[in-house]
Design a protein around this ligand. Structure first.
Ligand SMILES: [Mg+2]
Length: 392
């Protein structure tokens, strides 16, 4: 079997352009799907995939590790920058899909078979609708509580909110009070049995991140995410040590090499490396092995499209330390029109039962994808009150 072509199919889903990667083979009807969505960098990733394709055309698609090594190491520059690591991931995921299909078994069975009966989904507040998740004002604690109740009514037992406002490197009590009021309102609205996560989006400085972590500690968060920039591991490690709340991070890391220091410094309880940004299943499985040695949980970042979700679920069924699957369902109303999925979601508890279909168990409807061609992503820019540049 040989790879004959690598195509990208871009599908504009409002906030993101989903980049679906299709790897074709010389076996009639056999191809694989991957995803390499990287918002605000769509054309860069599509170009990077085109560049990588020159290494792969004519090769055997079932030699996945060999091809991964070529994609990462050849042409001199290593593939650990975000654009190239995402491009590699899109192709790698498609190669595993091909291998599963060629053998007639789901991807998770390629990696030792299911280690659990179901996977729990968590949602974004508002189901991933951009205005609800990213734009609910931090002063509006009541709205946070309403959206939290809505998530629970939809069957979710876990959800994530952006309850920490954009803050300058140092601010007074106001943003802390905002965050605390929002989290308190959500906790009171849903009770003690629902898991609440707060994503700081790496907005705070290390010290503001620590202050937020301390302020939110009494509310029993399931995790506090990216409390400061990921660039300095010691800063996150300090927050992780200072509170009992589990700290989650890793969605901006792109390789096992970046993850190593986080583990060695005991900087987090949850690693959120994104299968579509860290070199695909091949590298993610190495990261999972490293995390296992430190008993750190895995909850891959997944606010993207349906191939990314299928990838996260296949990975989760084969990975013991995987705890939870991120999901969005209200980003665009036609989300389910572009994909046919092999797994099933039980509305009560929003739990996923495994797919029995080969590979990722999905098919992408290319006709539907074509209805939503590339558009520049909605700009999400942040400026502080004095006009200086902030983190979104
Ligand atoms: Mg995040």
């Amino acid at each position: 079997m040989k790879i004959t072509a690598i195509e990208t199919h871009v599908c504009n889903a409002r906030m993101r352009n989903w980049i679906f990667v299709k790897v074709l083979t010389d076996e009639p009807g056999l191809w694989g799907w991957g995803e390499a969505t990287l918002e605000w960098h769509t054309r860069s990733v599509v170009g990077a995939i085109e560049d990588l394709a020159s290494l792969l055309i004519g090769e055997d698609p079932t030699r996945i590790e060999y091809l991964w090594q070529m994609m990462y190491r050849q042409h001199f520059w290593h593939g650990n920058g975000i654009v190239r690591a995402t491009a590699i991931a899109g192709i790698d995921i498609a190669l595993w899909d091909i291998l599963g299909k060629s053998l007639g078994i789901p991807c998770h069975k390629l990696w030792g078979g299911p280690v659990r009966d179901y996977i729990r989904l968590y949602c974004h507040l508002g189901g991933g609708k951009m205005e609800d998740f990213y734009e609910t004002h931090p002063a509006d604690a009541k709205r946070f509580a309403e959206l939290a109740q809505q998530a629970v009514q939809e069957g979710f037992t876990a959800f994530k909110a952006m309850a920490v406002p954009e803050t300058m490197p140092l601010e007074g009590l106001r943003p802390l009070h905002y965050a605390e009021a929002c989290v308190r309102a959500m906790r009171e609205a849903v009770g003690p049995d629902i898991d609440i996560m707060v994503d700081c989006h790496a907005r705070p400085s290390p010290r503001m991140g620590l202050l937020f972590a301390k302020a939110l500690e009494p509310y029993g968060l399931y995790w506090l995410e990216e409390p400061c920039w990921p660039e300095v591991v010691d800063d996150i490690a300090l927050i992780q040590r200072a509170v009992k709340t589990p700290i989650a991070t890793g969605e901006r890391l792109t390789s096992q090499h970046a993850v190593r220091e986080y583990l060695e410094k005991r900087a987090c309880s949850v690693l959120q490396c994104d299968i579509t940004h860290c070199g695909g299943f091949t590298e993610m499985r190495r990261i999972a092995g490293m995390a296992e040695a430190y008993r750190v949980a895995l909850a891959p970042h997944n606010p993207q499209g349906p191939v990314s979700t299928a990838a996260s679920i296949e990975f989760g069924f084969a990975t013991p330390s995987y705890i939870l699957c991120e999901s969005v369902h209200k980003d665009v109303p036609w989300r389910q029109d572009v994909v046919s999925e092999g797994f099933t979601v039980e509305p009560k508890g929003q739990i996923v039962r495994p797919s029995n279909r080969p590979g990722l168990g999905i098919e992408i409807n290319e006709k539907e994808v074509k209805k939503h061609p590339f558009q520049p992503e909605v700009l999400q820019r942040t400026f502080y009150p004095d006009g200086s540049v902030g983190d979104w």
